[in-house]
Design a protein around this ligand. Structure first.
Ligand code: SAH
Ligand code: SF4
Length: 376
């Protein structure tokens, strides 16, 4: 299999050029062609010598995962299903806000200012088994390579540029699709370095968000290797409940997680962490739990994002009612916590948070084990 250039960060690409007897700046030139102009054909890179282009073409390729399905919802949300081989598929979702024809400065047209967010996947499946997550239910198959992670952004940018009038259709990236990004650390960091690189996507650290269920040692490593905006999936105000909903909590309980958040903020591009909290009816959505949550998060400068649960077949959970979510939010807001309720987007195409199912061949045979348990 030839080397896929989409996954090389700048230093890796420069090393490749040097090894091939070329100047390192060739890497920057080719990166701009690939990532900024969406070019996949070496022949189109006209400012690179023909000889070098030909040598590259024989040893390397520029290839995003193959698209199996491309669906757009009435609200403009668009979802791609990508084939990543051996029966595995992953998903990426584009969520536009504001008017794509209105790129006026924020102060002139704040409410309508365009923002395009791409939510991308980091693994085929996920090993962490959060009880309310459809990706977790499918089990884990494998980590995505850096090229497969960046390939989602490359393909989405290219496709959107062909149909939208905006110069940069994707202004924000969130690592919130399928998988636990910190469980695929090296590939995710290499991919994020490309997203941040001015010769590639040039996304600012504040507009690149990684969401984690709380793998504490990896949060410390991320702080050193590639600090970006951080979202942490909290979902419960105490360990007893979080142990049930987010099983990684048994290894890294809330106290340790919050300490890691405080350490992270020292180097982070934003001076707060966003806590995600999925609203599950009758499970974690009472007013008493909201009050407990206020006390729990006190040590961490934070914002809270309440996510109405997105259901999937046989989930066993239901979404909290509108009034329950509002009452929960009010308790947090009255305690001075900035709290938002995530608008559900793209529901008609199953593109909402936690619904990204793709299709994963579970190597761990967890599905079979579960079926066995049910039958026993
Ligand atoms: N593995 C990472 C990132 C991917 S999940 C993490 O867990 O943070 C992105 C977000 O969607 C997480 O906050 C996750 O808890 C949430 N989520 C998962 N399933 C969901 C569902 N069915 N409804 C709403 N949110 C869900
Ligand atoms: Fe994995 Fe995140 Fe789903 Fe938990 S919520 S199973 S960590 S993808």
């Amino acid at each position: 299999m030839s080397l896929n250039l989409l996954g090389l960060n700048r230093s890796q690409f420069e090393a490749l050029c040097t090894n091939m007897g070329e100047k390192p700046f060739r890497a920057r030139q080719m990166m701009r062609w690939m990532h900024q102009s969406g070019v996949a054909d070496f022949d189109l890179m006209t400012d690179v010598s023909r000889n070098f282009r030909e040598r590259m073409a024989t040893s390397a390729e520029i290839a995003a995962p193959q698209v199996l399905r491309d669906t757009t919802a009435p609200d403009g949300t668009r979802k791609w299903l990508f084939d990543v081989g051996t029966g595995n598929a992953i998903e990426a979702v584009y969520i536009p806000e504001g008017d794509p024809d209105d790129e006026a400065p924020a102060e002139q047209a704040a409410p309508r200012r365009y923002r395009g967010t791409l939510c991308i996947s980091s693994q085929a499946g996920c090993a962490l088994e959060c009880s309310f997550c459809s990706t977790g239910r499918q089990g884990f198959n494998r980590n995505l390579s850096a090229a497969e992670i960046v390939g989602q952004l490359w393909h989405a940018s290219r496709s959107l540029s062909a149909t939208l009038s905006v110069e940069r259709p994707i202004t924000n990236v969130v690592m919130m699709g399928m998988g636990e990004p910190l469980a695929n650390f090296d590939n995710v960091v290499a991919a994020m370095q490309l997203m941040l690189d001015e010769h590639a996507y040039g996304i600012s650290r504040r507009r690149l968000t990684l969401s984690t269920s709380g793998i504490v040692p990896a949060m410390d490593r991320l702080r050193e290797a590639c600090p970006v905006a951080l979202a942490v999936s909290l979902h419960a105000p105490n360990d007893a409940l979080r142990d049930q909903l987010v099983p990684i909590n048994r290894k890294y309980p809330i106290r340790q997680l919050l300490d890691a958040c405080v350490r992270y903020i020292e180097k982070a591009p934003r001076d707060f962490v966003t806590f995600e909290y999925v609203m599950l009816a009758g499970v974690n959505d009472s007013v008493a739990q909201a009050r407990e949550l206020v006390k729990t998060v006190k040590p961490v400068p934070c914002k809270i994002n309440l996510i109405p649960f997105n259901s999937f077949p046989d989930s066993g959970y239901t979404r909290s009612s509108g009034p329950a979510i509002a009452a929960f939010r009010d308790v947090l807001a009255q305690a001075g916590l900035t709290t938002t309720v995530r608008r559900t987007r793209g529901e008609t195409i199953d593109a909402a948070c936690g619904q990204l199912a793709g299709q994963v061949r579970d190597k761990t045979r967890r599905v079979q084990r579960r079926i066995g348990e049910v039958r026993a």
